[in-house]
Design a protein. Structure first.
Length: 346
């Protein structure tokens, strides 16, 4: 992509200001919330959030937080023309570090979404093998995949040189070697395309299987009503995790479509316009996961509510376990026949 530096109309300044202020307001709420979510999941990583889905999500959440902070320090603040003397006094160091971290986190975010989709797909398509696959000792290799590609992609940028380019009131970091930039973008685009195609295939397969399961469940009557009630809570939790995965995949595809638009359909996009749209995509993409997991996880909602009351997380989790056990016992005591009770034990 060749960034164009054409003069923009006056009204764009107001649009840019409004969009930036809206994104900052969104992040002022989202970032502390996301940090709180990560803290809760870290503290309870061996109890409430010990499943592989949560572990992958936790690593991805940390990457999202790093990406958000990095984008504001290395991109949005200098683009707004704030602290320019400080940025210029540091040469291109801050901008250079920003580009490295941005590409590292972006690649790892794509790996995270792919792994979350794969985790949910195995849970839906083959529940019996799902636990055996994701609880094996080899399952931890997914974290190597989640981080290694991003580290490699960022490492390529360490020896490169960058320059600050002024446009409007702010400055933007850009590659000095345009030939390297083109080759690098092609490689990154091919890698992103691979992830998106893989995500689409995984999600289509999972949705087809979900549709078949729904039809089977709707037509079958072999489960007793009370047994179905006990099992439905677990099923609801699994479905909520699937929704989180599908929505994050949709955001990944939307992000990819913007890259296609900016680099292929309209390669002469103005620098300020490109970064304005990029910042919006980055904020929504990185910040949406916090709201998704909080919206669809009642356990996390309870933990967060009690954490705001300054209650210890370990005590909160113990109380949650007691409540859950009492609820399960109350359902089981309603059963009258040993055949139905055996369904629960199995």
């Amino acid at each position: 992509m060749r960034y164009a530096n054409t003069t923009l109309p006056l009204w764009f300044n107001y649009v840019e200001l409004a969009v930036n202020c809206s994104c900052m307001a969104f992040m002022a709420i989202t970032l502390p919330l996301y940090i709180a979510v990560v803290w809760i999941m870290l503290v309870l990583r061996k109890t409430a959030y010990k499943g592989m889905f949560y572990r992958i999500f936790l690593v991805g959440a940390i990457l999202d937080i790093i990406a958000i902070i990095n984008n504001y320090i290395g991109n949005i603040i200098p683009a707004r023309g704030w602290l320019l003397d400080f940025y210029m006094s540091q040469g291109t160091t801050i901008g250079h570090v920003y580009v490295i971290i941005a590409w590292m986190t972006r690649c790892s975010q794509g790996c995270t979404v792919t792994l979350l989709a794969l985790n949910r797909a195995t849970a839906v398509c083959n529940p019996m093998k799902h636990k055996r696959i994701w609880n094996s000792r080899w399952a931890n290799l997914v974290f190597l995949f989640q981080l290694s590609l991003g580290i490699c992609l960022g490492t390529f940028l360490i020896p490169q040189k960058f320059i600050w380019k002024k446009q409007g009131r702010g400055i933007y970091i850009q590659f000095e070697d345009l030939r390297f930039r083109m080759r690098y973008f092609i490689f990154a685009y091919a890698l992103d395309t691979f992830f998106v195609v893989l995500i689409i295939i995984i999600n289509i397969t999972m949705l087809i299987k979900l549709k078949r399961k729904y039809r089977l469940r709707k037509s079958s009557s072999y489960c007793a009503a009370l047994n179905h009630k006990v099992l439905s809570e677990k099923q609801r939790q699994e479905n909520n995790l699937t929704i989180v995965s599908v929505v994050t995949c949709a955001l990944e595809i939307a992000y990819y479509l913007y890259i296609v638009y900016a680099f292929i359909i309209k390669p002469q996009l103005n620098t300020r316009v490109f970064y304005l749209l990029y910042n919006v995509c980055n904020d929504i993409y990185a910040g949406a996961s916090a709201w998704l997991i909080l919206s669809f996880s009642t356990t996390l909602q309870k933990h967060l509510q009690n954490q705001l009351r300054c209650l210890p997380l370990t005590r909160i989790h113990q109380q949650f376990i007691i409540d859950f056990q009492l609820s399960s016992v109350s359902h089981m005591t309603l059963r009258k026949t040993p055949e139905r009770s055996s369904l629960i034990k199995g």
